[in-house]
Design a protein around this ligand. Structure first.
Ligand code: ZN
Ligand code: ZN
Ligand code: ZN
Length: 372
């Protein structure tokens, strides 16, 4: 679900850039299936179904959308219509791969988007008689660097999720279940300006020690730490993602101390996030603070992930990622500490890199937040 937010010229620039990047990479054609890449390039996500929808682009190729006729009106109401892109529609019984082949022409090196299902990748490769490659390096380049309109949308999403976090203490109290709290949060995610709820994690007590916990019928107890990680998409399709750690009543002094260190670790990574730094350096900044306090082993995952029209995308802020960060990149900084069977904590903001540092898009209080 997304409406055409940006002027048509934004999409034509993105399409031209993708074709130029494909040329630089030595690719003759790129086939983009439904998903975030299509949303970025055309303003429509498309549906991943057995019927093929795909955008074909490349150096010297007039961008062409192959689409089932029953989806034609929907696709025409997007950048496809406003830019007057070529459309090759088909009905059941036709061979959509023939239409892809026609659009691709006599291309030798053909790449496909990450999200194109194997269901279509294999027949496209067979029909073209080529070994298809991944278009990730070409398509991620545009999506990784956000322009000012995209940053404005991420800012809007950040403000909306902050407004929800500010209301969380009112819903969190001993005796309620995680699921009850999550239902209140989900309602507020939409009420505060998102179009969709993408995820709601409420991890109380030992459930907070599992970074992948979502919600359960567990009853929240007095004195417990609760991890609340939430996000949604605003109408343009851009996402929010923010985590805060709450305490119902009073925590143990040890937990409060450890969470104070986590706040410092998160701040250290925010301070390290600037153009010219590598992704692994930002990750290491958080890791160093936790390790110095003896909490290195408790940090079980990477420090962050890029965000935009998908919740998780490049750049990944992880050990070993030598990608040099650039102005306009947007990503999460979310170190966490996890003590199996006991409790966990995570603090997460989205940041956007500016010319000489970064802007934090989430400003709800970062420390252990009292509730209940
Ligand atoms: Zn999150
Ligand atoms: Zn995240
Ligand atoms: Zn995540």
């Amino acid at each position: 679900m997304s409406s055409l937010l940006f002027p048509a010229s934004v999409y034509s620039t993105r399409l031209e850039r993708a074709a130029a990047l494909a040329a630089d990479a030595g690719l003759d054609a790129v086939v983009v299936g439904p998903g975030p890449d299509l949303q970025y390039l055309l303003g429509v996500r498309g549906d991943t179904i057995e019927r093929l929808t795909a955008l074909v682009l490349g150096p010297g190729i007039r961008p062409t959308v192959v689409v089932p006729r029953m989806e034609l009106a929907k696709v025409r109401s997007t950048a496809v219509g406003s830019l007057g892109l070529a459309v090759a529609d088909w009905v059941d019984g036709d061979d959509p791969y023939e239409l892809v082949a026609t659009a691709v022409g006599d291309a030798v090196r053909v790449a496909v988007s990450d999200a194109l299902p194997a269901l279509h990748v294999v027949p496209i490769g067979e029909r073209l008689g080529v070994r298809v490659e991944l278009a990730t390096p070409v398509l991620r380049e545009g999506r990784m660097i956000k322009d000012s309109a995209e940053i404005a949308e991420l800012r809007r999403a950040g403000e909306a999720i902050d407004a929800v976090h500010r209301r969380v203490p009112g819903w969190l109290r001993a005796g309620r279940t995680e699921r009850e709290v999550a239902a209140d949060i989900a309602e507020a995610i939409v009420a505060e300006g998102h179009e969709t709820v993408e995820f709601v994690i409420v991890g109380s007590g030992p459930n907070g020690a599992d970074p992948h916990h979502e919600v359960s019928d567990r009853v929240i107890g007095d004195g417990e730490i609760v991890v609340v990680d939430i996000g949604g998409a605003v109408p343009s399709g851009y996402n929010s993602d923010s985590t805060r750690t709450y305490v119902v009543g009073t925590s143990s002094p040890e937990a409060a101390e450890r969470i104070a260190v986590l706040v410092q670790a998160q701040q250290a990574a925010v301070d390290a996030a600037r153009p010219g730094a590598t992704a692994s350096e930002v990750d290491a900044a958080a890791r160093r603070v936790l390790a110095a306090a003896g909490l290195g082993e408790a940090f079980l995952h990477r420090t962050g992930h890029g965000i935009g029209v998908s919740v998780h995308e490049e750049p990944y802020i992880a050990p070993g990622n030598d990608l040099v960060l650039r102005e306009g990149m947007a990503f999460s900084i979310e170190p966490g500490i996890y003590f199996a069977g006991e409790w966990g904590a995570r603090i997460e903001d989205i940041v956007v890199l500016t010319a000489d540092g970064c802007e934090r898009l989430n400003t709800a209080p970062h420390g252990l937040t009292p509730a209940g």
